[in-house]
Design a protein around this ligand. Structure first.
Ligand SMILES: *Cc1c(COP(=O)(O)O)cnc(C)c1O
Length: 404
């Protein structure tokens, strides 16, 4: 069986993890702090806080901004549930909007969905392809949109407009007009979950890039406290001689990253551009080269004049088929010992989000994308021979459905 996206594991990662295990310090410490610095250097934003997951990072920043009951947060209908669940955790309402044929959130749909209750927009760089950040950033800075904004916390007042919290769980290393994700908007969240481009098993990062008058370094210091129970000293500071006394300034969260996770992340990030991204692009290029020979194939766009993907997931569609036919093709591909996937089942199709008043009929592009979509395996150790096996499995399966 060709798996879908196993993590890349080798002796470099094992050695770095073992080094941490024997170092006497396994939770948040020097390696986490170093990983934060490296992420900041890599993406070019202003400061980074590592967290226990991408979801934890998203929720932490919604809470930092003061999102609560009565607020609305605009999210794409086409995303993983984490993007919307964190909004629900805060007591606010996720307002779903439709996407474009490139799978990313529609800026026009955002504009229509904004009300005086809107506090945050969470664009998601689906499959690693950056959203239209210039248009999104411009939209929330527009005078008419700003006039609708109704701040009631100090940070909301300081920003004076809707916050853009980018869900870049897929897109570390991607770029838009020459800048990497992390510095494309106010705040960006990376995920280092096992299936993501860079993994630490579980983990995430909050990239701070807030405009004046915010002091990103000060916010970083505060977020360290907020992500550790509101405790004024972390465990590392407390082990300094005589430095035992601390205070709790608020009932914070327990969202810190461990040094075991950071050890894996450090190895992954160090070789990411020259090694991991090169391999992933190679796989994308090969899939596109082969599939472009067929009229029925709708290939994903992963590079254009402005944007370069992080090649996270290869989302291809088949023209003029319905959901049932797509499901049949997937079953057939699995029967040929190739694992594929669908990214994503739109959230308005999920029981909880249906129950809370959402209907997929209002998101025609999301449904159309979903109903014809199949994600192919992309991972570091996928060999050229396996790429051919995947493509043949797809071709035979599509053929079978078109000519039964
Ligand atoms: C994986 C993922 C997340 C959450 O990341 P975790 O680190 O697993 O919490 C958020 N958004 C999207 C789109 C994702 O795919």
């Amino acid at each position: 069986m060709i798996p879908f996206s196993p993590p890349r594991m080798d002796s470099k990662i094992v050695d770095e993890v073992v080094d941490t295990l024997y170092s006497g310090w396994i939770t948040t410490g020097h390696k986490t702090k170093l990983f934060e610095k490296k992420i900041t250097q890599y993406a070019g934003h202003k400061a980074t806080l590592c967290t226990s997951s991408g979801s934890a990072g998203l929720e932490l920043m919604l809470r930092w901004f003061g999102v609560k009951e009565g607020d609305e947060v605009i999210v794409p209908a086409y995303t993983y549930c984490a993007t919307a669940n964190v909004v629900v955790h805060c007591g606010a309402k996720p307002v779903f909007v439709d996407v474009n044929t490139d799978f990313n959130i529609s800026v026009k749909a955002i504009e229509k969905a904004i009300t005086h209750k809107t506090k945050v927009v969470i664009p998601v760089d689906i499959a690693g392809f950056p959203c239209d950040y210039d248009e999104i950033n411009r939209l929330v800075s527009h005078a008419d949109i700003k006039a609708l904004f109704n701040p009631y916390t100090k940070v909301q007042e300081q920003l004076g407009r809707i916050l853009i919290l980018s869900d870049a769980a897929h897109s570390i290393g991607a770029s838009y007009k020459g800048n990497k994700t992390g510095k494309l908007t106010d705040i960006t969240i990376f995920s280092f979950h096992a299936v993501k481009n860079i993994t630490s098993a579980e983990g995430g990062a909050v990239c701070l890039n807030l405009p004046q008058p915010f002091d990103n370094e000060e916010i970083y210091k505060y977020l360290n406290i907020k992500s550790l129970h509101g405790q004024t000293k972390d465990a590392l500071a407390k082990v300094q001689i005589g430095n035992w006394r601390y205070d709790i300034i608020e009932p914070g969260y327990k969202y810190n990253m461990t040094d075991i996770a950071a050890a894996m992340g450090l190895v992954e990030l160090e070789r990411y551009d020259r090694d991991m991204l090169v391999r992933r692009k190679h796989i994308f290029d090969n899939y596109s080269k082969e599939l472009s020979k067929y009229n029925w194939a709708q290939l994903p766009i992963y590079e254009n004049n402005d944007k370069i993907s992080s090649y996270h997931a290869y989302l291809f569609r088949i023209k003029n088929i319905n959901e049932k036919q797509r499901d049949k093709i997937i079953q057939s591909i699995f029967n040929k010992n190739v694992s594929v996937n669908v990214h994503f089942i739109p959230l308005p199709m999920m029981s909880y989000y249906k129950k809370t008043g959402n209907n997929i009929k209002n998101y025609p592009v999301s449904y159309n994308n979903f109903s014809r979509e199949i994600s192919l395996p992309v991972y570091y150790d996928l060999t050229d021979e396996q790429i051919s096996i995947v493509i043949n499995a797809v071709l035979e399966s599509v053929e079978m459905v078109f000519n039964p």
